[in-house]
Write a protein that binds this ligand. Structure first.
Ligand SMILES: NC(=O)c1ccc[n+]([C@@H]2O[C@H](COP(=O)([O-])OP(=O)(O)OC[C@H]3O[C@@H](n4cnc5c(N)ncnc54)[C@H](O)[C@@H]3O)[C@@H](O)[C@H]2O)c1
Length: 401
């Protein structure tokens, strides 16, 4: 018998030898951290359009994942497959969801136009998978309540993408300054973002005309960007109630309006609100957001308090590779500006944030995905702005316990 053959070796030696021979074969798996030994994340994209491609790009940051996408449009499927050749692509989302039994690490991302969010999210929840829905999460409070109830019954997670801008360390620092009394008692905030010509469906992503149709989009700039505005500001101030005193919406016509298309969504929204904070403080909020109007671009964010003020950056691009937060205090009768800087982030991180944060949630890690009551509250405030603009009556929204 040849020396070193198994019959001649002790158990330990045989094991060591086996490892030595097998190591080159096993190394791609063995080198990965322990977490990777779990099943891969399976990401199912319900819709393969513009935002689905950005979710798919975000999935690349996961250690191990498989990608699926469904879209009835040939063009969308072809362009998706070209960008993500390893993805399994379906024409029918129901067929995709039924293609294999649900697993614990399955996530469906609802990336279709808003009028389809409810039916798509419901089908996805019923497939017993975790569901991340694009914003606006629904077209009505009833739709959202239905989705939250359905998700509760399956015990799977449900979240939305309004958290896209919560990848910003300046927000946590601003919250800390406010809650530790760094600006005294906050009494006023202003959040204004006016861009005269960036309407989706016209100047931005002109191929997606559904953005201009209220029956499909649910609303205009308020549902498109107001969602992020409130989610970002409320992440810092954490209001427990909002009173919408006055609101308006408008869609000023422009020479760039497509002649063959009836625009039924607003491109300018504003509201006078007051926020009731957990500590009882009342903060008057001037809110304005526009993607189409006749004037100058403007971008303002201030929180004013009895002993100080705050402003911070939250939307890329950032100058000098840093996000700036300015804390204003009174020193001997003069305004003293204290600059704090945080790591900058780009659009890739903004677009990737919802999926990666949702993965954190499903994996049991800290996550910025809004819990159901916050999601319902923020969404109710957006609806209250629309309602107040429509009938001129003030509306109160309370955070449910
Ligand atoms: N485009 C952006 O920059 C952006 C950013 C953030 C969020 N969103 C949100 O993402 C969602 C989708 O927007 P988009 O820009 O990707 O739109 P899009 O028009 O680029 O893509 C939507 C896709 O959904 C597909 N679709 C329609 N019915 C379907 C069905 N039954 N099953 C599967 N697919 C179907 C369409 O064929 C289309 O390819 C919207 O809720 C939007 O508000 C978009």
């Amino acid at each position: 018998m040849e020396a070193g053959t198994p019959a001649e070796l002790s158990g330990v030696k045989a094991h060591q030898l086996a490892i030595q021979y097998l190591e080159p074969l096993l190394s791609p798996v063995a080198l990965e951290p322990t977490g990777n030994l779990e099943a891969p994340w399976r990401i199912y994209l319900f819709g393969a359009g513009a935002i689905a491609r950005l979710h798919a790009a975000a999935a690349k940051k996961l250690d191990r994942y498989q990608l699926f996408a469904a879209d009835p449009s040939n063009e969308a499927r072809e362009s998706f497959s070209k960008a993500f050749p390893h993805a399994k692509v379906f024409e029918d989302a129901e067929v995709m969801l039924a293609s294999s039994p649900a697993q614990d690490r399955d996530i469906v991302v609802v990336a279709v136009p808003p009028w389809l969010h409810h039916s798509a999210a419901l089908a996805s929840i019923r497939s017993k998978r975790h569901v991340l829905c694009e914003k606006p999460v629904a077209l009505s409070q009833a739709e959202l309540d239905d989705l939250l109830a359905a998700a509760r019954n399956t015990g799977r997670h449900f979240g939305d993408c309004s958290v896209r801008f919560l990848c910003n360390d300046a927000l946590g620092r601003a919250r800390e300054i406010v809650s530790s009394g760094g600006i005294g008692s906050p009494y006023h905030a202003r959040l204004v973002n006016r861009n005269p010509r960036i309407r989706p469906g016209i100047e931005f992503q002109p191929e997606s005309k559904w953005f201009l149709d209220k029956t499909q989009a649910g609303g205009g700039i308020s549902f498109d960007w107001g969602v992020y505005d409130l989610s970002m500001l409320f992440d810092v101030l954490r209001p427990v109630a909002v009173h919408v005193h006055h609101a308006y919406t408008a869609a000023p016509p422009t020479g760039a309006d497509p002649p063959d298309c009836n625009i039924t969504v607003e491109s300018h929204v504003g509201a006078a609100m007051s926020l009731e904070l957990e500590n009882g403080a009342t903060v008057a909020l001037d809110f304005e957001r526009a993607s189409g109007f006749h004037g100058e671009s403007q971008s303002i964010l201030n929180v004013d308090g009895s002993t100080g003020g705050l402003s911070w950056e939250w939307c890329p691009p950032f100058e000098n590779d840093s996000v700036q937060l300015m804390h204003y205090v009174d020193v001997a009768g003069k305004v003293d500006k204290r600059l704090e800087q945080f790591p900058a982030f780009g659009w890739d991180e903004v677009h990737g944030r919802p999926l990666l944060a949702f993965v954190d949630l499903v994996a049991g890690r800290d996550s910025v995905i809004l819990p159901a009551r916050r999601l319902a509250f923020n969404y109710a405030v957006l609806l209250a702005i629309y309602q107040c603009a429509a009938d001129g009556k003030p509306i109160d929204v309370h955070l449910k316990s």
